[in-house]
Every structure is written in C-alpha cells, then in structure tokens.
Unconditional design. Structure first.
Length: 69
C-alpha cells in the first residue's frame, strides 16, 4: 500500500513495519508498529504516521506519568 503526499515532488509513501524506533515527521516515536516511509532528496529515510490528530492526542494521554507504571 502506498500513499501520495501533497508535496510538489509527489513522492510516494510506502507502508513499513518499524522494527526499530523511528521518529515520524508528523508524530512521536513509533516502534514495532506500521508507519510510512519514503527516501528524501538527500537519500535519508523520512517517516510519517498519517494518524489523525485525535488518535495522536489519545496516545499521548495513554503514556504513563512514571515510566514502568
């Protein structure tokens, strides 16, 4: 599955399983879950979650105040 972004280059975002921690440009850290990635003009990977704002807020609420709690 691929998603087109609205950027001028029209690069395609490909679905990818984040088997190591990655920081999407539109979200917080993802690890062991699906994100989308594409290669930047500099040859580096860019990641996006394409998660709706309400899901991002809920994920932040669910983070425990004390790690390990």
């Amino acid at each position: 599955m691929a998603i087109m972004d609205s950027d001028p280059a029209g690069k395609i975002w490909s679905e990818w399983y984040a088997w190591h921690p990655v920081l999407p440009i539109d979200d917080s850290v993802f690890w062991l879950e699906t994100v989308y990635r594409r290669e930047s003009p500099e040859g580096l990977w860019q990641y996006r979650s394409f998660r709706p704002e309400c899901e991002r807020r809920q994920a932040l609420i669910d983070i425990p105040v004390c790690p390990g709690a």
